[in-house]
Structure formats: C-alpha cells, structure tokens
Design a protein around this ligand. Structure first.
Ligand code: ADP
Length: 247
C-alpha cells in the first residue's frame, strides 16, 4: 500500500443543490491500481461524488486533484481526455453495430467520445480489439449485433469500450445491477483484472458482491464519510449497521 501513489484526491468536497447539501465535506484518496467500493444507503451522495469527479457536477467548494492536475473546475470532456472514464448504469453502446465495431469505434475516438465512424484498421489495432474482446469474455460474439447481447454482456461491452480508450481511472455506477449470479461473478473477475492496470471506483448496492473483494470500502451517509476500511471493519461499525438497518 505504502509504495502506491495517490492517483485521485478529493479534498473537503461539498455539493450544494440550492441549499440542499448532497455531499458535505467529503474526502477520498484513491491509490494507483486500487479497486474501491463506494457504498451507502439511497441518497447518501454516492452518484453525486462520481458526477463531480467526472466533471458532470461542479463542487460548491473543495478540490479535486487527478495525478498532478487540479481538475475541480475543468469541463467534463477535458477530464475524460485526461483519463477519467465514467460509466453510467444504462449501457451506451451502438446497438445496430457489431460488438467488434463498437470496440473499434471506441478505440478510434478521443477519450470520452463514442461516435460512429469508419476507418481502416491496422493489424495491431485489430489485435487490440481482439485482446479486449477476450478480456470482456465476448470473443465468440465479435460479429454479434450489440443490441442482441444480454444485459450483462452489454455492460461488459461498454466497459470494454471504455478500456479501449485507456483511462487511468474508471468510475462505475452499480455495474452488476440487474445481472444474473453468473454475470455478477464474471463481472467481479473483470473488475479484478481491470484493477491490475487501472484504478477503479465502484458505486455498489449489492453487499454480497462487495464482500467478495479484499478492497477498501468507503461508506457515505447523508453526504458525509461515515466509515472507511475493509468490509469486515465497516460491517463491525455500529453506525454503519444503524444506517443500513435503520436502528
Ligand atoms: P446516492 O447515489 O447515494 O443514492 P445521490 O448522489 O444520487 O445519492 O443523491 C444524493 C442526494 O442529492 C439525494 O437526496 C438526491 O435527491 C439529491 N440530488 C442529487 N442530484 C440532485 C440535483 N441535481 N438537484 C437537487 N438534488 C439532487
């Protein structure tokens, strides 16, 4: 842990929506190659945190530093270009195009941009697409129409599209929502593999899923940091139990 450097740092972040503080004095430090889970009850401010890191929402106060760059006031597309990728719950893929073409398009675009275009692929580009297909478990479905994939496969395809753009930090909002048990397990394996080369923040509702990882967990409640630690530490905390069980 000590040898890994901080890749993303949120300092004393507050997000005020017309007098309602969705996030209040939040701090978060993500290390290089870390897979972090962000949990907490509905309305805790988790999605607002992701929105803020990717530039979709601006903090009212506080500071966000990515690598050596302060990104607090940068535009969403600038932050994407710097290497922070955000995946929303609903997959945004080109349903009428093939799985292969979806990955190719992502590779050929600037980070954060997925727009259709045709270009001649060089051999090494083709190899990159195939390597990505293997990583997301869709190598046998390269020629499938993306719209015909299962819900889980669509999610993997979009993650694959993001990975083609080689972000340093990936922000994922409930990636296993609506997945079958088998798809959930495969997504866990994919997240582990991604975190070997990238840093990831996952907003997650499914506690059973989070328990499968040795990762650090950040618990938010009413816009604030409630607890941070391993899943065991977090679960032992009385305040966390109170928030989740409503005691
Ligand atoms: P979570 O992801 O933990 O469920 P959110 O970050 O989505 O929580 O929301 C935190 C709180 O902020 C909620 O009470 C929500 O209603 C409120 N909120 C989120 N976005 C806005 C907005 N654009 N305007 C006003 N209130 C908002």
């Amino acid at each position: 842990e000590q040898t890994r450097s901080v890749i993303l740092q949120c300092d004393d972040i507050t997000v005020d929506f017309d007098g309602f503080k969705a996030v209040q004095g939040m701090n978060l430090r993500l290390l290089e190659g870390e897979l972090r889970f962000l949990i907490g009850p509905n309305g805790a401010g988790k999605t607002t945190m992701l929105d803020m890191i990717c530039g979709k929402t601006k903090p009212t106060s506080g500071r966000i530093v990515f690598g050596s760059a302060e990104i607090t006031r940068m535009k969403e597309h600038q932050i994407a270009e710097l290497g922070i990728g955000r995946k929303f719950q609903t997959p945004s893929i080109f349903r009428t195009l093939s799985v292969f073409d979806n990955l190719e398009i992502a590779m050929k675009q600037p980070r954060g941009v997925f727009a259709t275009m045709r270009a001649k692929l060089r051999g090494e580009d083709r190899d990159r697409v195939h390597a990505q297909l293997a990583m997301i478990g869709l190598e046998t479905k390269a020629s499938w129409r993306a719209g015909d994939l299962s819900h889980g496969e669509k999610q993997w395809l979009e993650i694959g599209m993001m990975l083609m753009q080689e972000p340093q930090v990936l922000l994922l909002d409930e990636p296993v929502a609506g997945m079958t048990d088998n798809e959930t397990e495969k997504t866990g394996e994919l997240l582990r593999e991604i975190s070997r080369t990238q840093s990831v923040i996952v907003v997650e509702h499914d506690m059973e899923f989070v328990r499968n990882f040795a990762s650090k967990v950040t618990v938010m409640h009413e816009g604030k940091l409630l607890k941070e630690g391993s899943m065991e530490e977090v679960q032992r905390d009385d305040r966390v139990a109170e928030v989740y069980l409503g005691k």
